[in-house]
Design a protein around this ligand. Structure first.
Ligand code: HEM
Length: 251
């Protein structure tokens, strides 16, 4: 606890917290992307994978809490640093800003805010399924006979909507943009960015964020173009099941 309190007292300490939490979040989004790319395999694969994750039980909740803590700290530090910068700028407004800040670095707070809005929508969409309760009806029987949520069908149904796909594309685009600066900045904050490899780091950041965008974008695009699909019958079966529930008089 003492280390955190000491870090919170200085700007560099706050930047270190941002870097460390950013590193955890980057690890998560890359792992999540690799998992999601299983949509290109048989539905059995991604459904068994999602079932395995759900089966982690308390460990899954610990991971979720840890991620939430990282998101919270990352945002909190960003707000504190932004307030400090604003205060410092208003005190020395005559000083000219000669340091060339990239567009991505100047817009970090906007891209970060939109990514946060996206995460909230995304959780409501695919995890809580509040936006589309019919996803709860989508079930798959694994090779061993276990009936599990059909995450593959849920993704196909979700991205069949042009509006939803566009929203995902824009959001992961902004997240990648956020990453293109955040990744380099992370090294700078922990003192690992030197003159010699600063340029290489910039290239790595851009390649990483473009690859990350491409990996995510290919999912909705493949559904929209019919490269990834499911027999209409599975979607129809869900629609029928939902309407039969709606038509059943309650009580
Ligand atoms: C095309 C892009 C994406 C796709 C297709 C996708 C897909 C999914 C799916 C299907 C789930 C629910 C899994 C289940 O029910 O077991 C999920 C959960 C989640 N996604 Fe994504 N996702 C994408 C991008 C992202 C991004 C960019 C972030 C973060 C910035 C993110 C964060 C999360 C989180 C936090 C969860 C909840 C995990 C949990 O249950 O604890 N996702 N995603």
């Amino acid at each position: 606890m003492n280390i955190v309190t000491a870090l919170l007292k200085t700007s560099i300490g706050k930047k270190i917290i941002m870097a460390l939490t950013g590193a955890v979040l980057i690890g998560f989004i890359i792992g999540h992307l690799v998992g999601n790319l299983q949509i290109f395999s048989d539905p059995e694969k991604i459904n068994a994978y999602a079932h395995f994750l759900q089966g982690l039980g308390p460990a899954l909740w610990l991971i979720r809490l840890f991620l939430l803590l990282c998101v919270g700290l990352h945002i909190w530090m960003a707000v504190l640093l932004w307030c400090e910068n604003k205060k410092a700028r208003s005190q020395s407004y005559t000083a000219s800003h000669t340091i060339q800040a990239s567009y991505a670095s100047r817009t970090m707070k906007y891209s970060g805010f939109i990514v946060l809005a996206f995460i909230l929508y995304h959780l409501a969409h695919f995890t809580v399924k509040a936006t589309n309760p019919e996803y709860n009806e989508m079930m798959w029987t694994l090779a061993d006979g276990t009936v599990v949520p059909d995450v593959h069908l849920m993704m196909v149904a979700g991205f069949s909507s042009l509006t939803v796909s566009l929203f995902y594309l824009i959001s992961v685009g902004l997240l990648s943009f956020h990453l293109s600066h955040g990744f380099q900045s992370m090294f700078q904050s922990v003192g690992l960015r030197t003159e010699t490899w600063g340029r290489a780091l910039k290239v790595i950041s851009i390649v990483l964020s473009l690859a990350y965008f491409a990996g995510n974008a290919v999912i909705p695009l493949s559904v929209l173009t019919g490269k990834v699909s499911r027999p209409d019958s599975s979607i129809e079966a869900v629609a029928e099941s939902v309407s039969s529930h709606l038509n059943t008089p309650s009580g």
